[in-house]
Design a protein around this ligand. Structure first.
Ligand SMILES: [Zn+2]
Length: 202
């Protein structure tokens, strides 16, 4: 797989190989890993956690995440979930990424801060965006690190937790915001990722 974004390759080009996208336009995050491929087999369980309050999946997914996050978890100082805007949080009742991040914190003893990254504004769901470009535009400037959190982010290696890596637009926006706030490294762990290159502007 790509050493940076974790894209699975058709053949093994050797350790530390990068995909074309990461080579031509390095992402703001340092390393992203996922536990499983996002496909028909994993989709049902992930959507159930996301939409239908099936919290029994959270423990299983957290164990997968811990396994997939090795050795990133060991190098992280702080675990931060991708935030939901409070309106969506209210309608959905919980942020599945925060639940997974909290489980990882309990398993690892690493610091967990669900408020290190917040939504600066509400954005329509990424799933409603017609294109990759629209997804990127949708989340541009959508996140911020609150002033009182800058000190804890500055110089820290942050492990960002989300459920699915699709085009990487949300993760990229979050990572850029954390780096701007002074994060030394941003690692990303998701339950699943779409197994095609993350398209980016060159
Ligand atoms: Zn890559």
């Amino acid at each position: 797989m790509c050493a940076t974004c974790g894209l699975p390759f058709e053949f093994d080009p050797g350790a530390e190989s990068l995909c074309g996208s990461c080579l031509s336009n390095p992402p703001a995050f340092d390393c992203a890993r996922a536990a499983v491929r996002y496909d028909d087999a994993s989709k049902g369980a992930i959507l159930a956690l996301k939409r239908a309050d099936r919290l029994e999946f959270a423990d299983l997914f957290a164990r997968w995440l811990r396994h997939a996050a090795h050795p990133l978890l060991e190098h992280a100082d702080l675990i931060v979930p991708v935030p939901l805007h409070r309106f969506r949080l209210w309608s959905r009742r919980y942020n599945q990424s925060a639940i997974l991040a909290q489980r990882l914190h309990r398993m690892s003893g690493k610091r967990y801060d669900p408020f290190a990254l917040v939504r600066a504004r509400s954005t329509p769901s990424q799933g409603e965006m017609p294109s990759v470009k629209a997804r990127r535009r949708n989340v541009r400037g959508a996140f911020r690190v609150p002033e009182r959190r800058v000190k804890s982010i500055s110089g820290a290696s942050v492990l960002l937790v989300d459920d699915v890596l699709t085009t990487g637009a949300t993760i990229e926006a979050c990572a850029r915001t954390l780096k701007r706030a002074g994060a030394k490294k941003v690692f990303v762990i998701t339950i699943a990722r779409v197994a095609r290159p993350l398209p980016r502007d060159v």
